[in-house]
Design a protein around this ligand. Sequence first.
Ligand SMILES: Cc1ncc(COP(=O)(O)O)c(C=O)c1O
Length: 497
Amino acid sequence: MGLPGSNSGAILSKIATNNQHGENSEYFEGWKAYDKDPFHLSHNPHGIIQMGLAENQLCLDLIKDWIKENPEASICTLEGVHQFSDIANFQDYHGLKKFREAIAHFMGKARGGRVTFDPERVVMSGGATGANETIMFCLADPGDVFLIPSPYYAAFDRDLRWRTGVEIIPVPCSSSNNFRLTVEAVGWAYKKAQESNKKVKGLILTNPSNPLGTMLDKDTLKDLVRFVTKKNIHLVVDEIYAATVFSGDNFVSVAEVVNDVDISEVNVDLIHIVYSLSKDMGLPGFRVGIVYSYNDSVVSCARKMSSFGLVSSQTQLMLASMLSDERFVENFLMENSKRLGIRHEVFTTGLKKADITCLTSSGGLFVWMDLRHLLRDRNSFESEIELWRIIIHKVKLNVSPGSSFHCTEPGWFRVCFANMDDDTLRVALRRIQDFVSKNNNNKIVEKATDKDQVIQNNNAKKQKWRQSNLRLSFRRLYEDGLSSPGIMSPHSPLLRA
Ligand SMILES: Cc1ncc(COP(=O)(O)O)c(C=O)c1O
């Protein structure tokens, strides 16, 4: 809705109103509900708990300690103010040299120290959001296509398409093989795009995956590098969760694979990495995004573009100092992984108590929760949305339905677990357990009535009364959930997803 007196249709440009912002999904309803009634342990204990936000709040204490111990790293302290004029004036789009060096070094550390990055290839942007758009701008013309394995990060619909005119063709992955991406599936989508006369410019991967939390193995990555080289299309890997890994094998960066694959099988000019400190350091508000390309022309073009989304020089200065502190970085990465692992374990164990399983994962700030058994109709997305509304309005948890990530199977939900304290997590788990047990009670009564015909006959009247009441209560739950207002949220969930 526009401001009073405005007529956005007539005033705004075609590109601004082209609907490619991806914000017209039902997804907003949960955020509106959360905004209206946010949970607080003491002030609003019956409010909605935010589980739709992929934010890492588990290690902010370590960063705060470092800031206290290093006051000279900021220009707004007694110890750092002598640098104020130089830093406040600095606006070179290359960025501070020591910032680029520190970021390149940190990117290597975040990938287990198995790869190195060249500071001359580090280009700044406003978060990974800006980095993803920049890379699209550099590589594709309006109407060109990028293939993306689905389910995929919901905000890609906006970030990759809106201002660039790029189109997305999903590479559908399914539960039949635990949503694993195969080179065959990519080949199938590539062929399909070509058959419909689309020009495929590249493939985008998120590794580790948002929303799945899974990681690509080295062999698959190698196959994909060979595939793009053979087809002469680009490979962009969004590695924003590179160090947000808590179990299983090591995360394998495409940077490692580039070194591993036979030189005749890889054209490095086609390989690009997107990174950010939003997840691995838990600093989404700092808006530190990175385009790292092996292609000189892309580095040069992206650098010019970076004028639109520079990281503030104050932030650069502080991070240059923090990320060059070897002891701090090593301890932070280790502790972050440990705390994420514990949190993930507590959360998934709690879900198991409610007979809820999740896709096995080893990274990310969320789980991919399987609620297919709770759908009224297992094959319908309407049922998914129906259940989702109950979860928001009755269970009072804002989780994200799989359909908003373009999942092709109804019944999957992304649930974030690192954006809250332990007590809030306990409340969330209790709410889920109570909801499922109520739901199960209804089913048990129905089963018992099916099985025991004799008892049912003997207690026909009594049973009928109980059954209709329980069914009614569950149906009511559905109907109440469905009747909630579907007005759009003024705040974009995608901005904070
Ligand atoms: C895969 C992926 N890419 C990009 C982003 C945007 O990150 P940033 O806050 O750095 O813009 C997110 C945030 O959730 C994400 O999950």
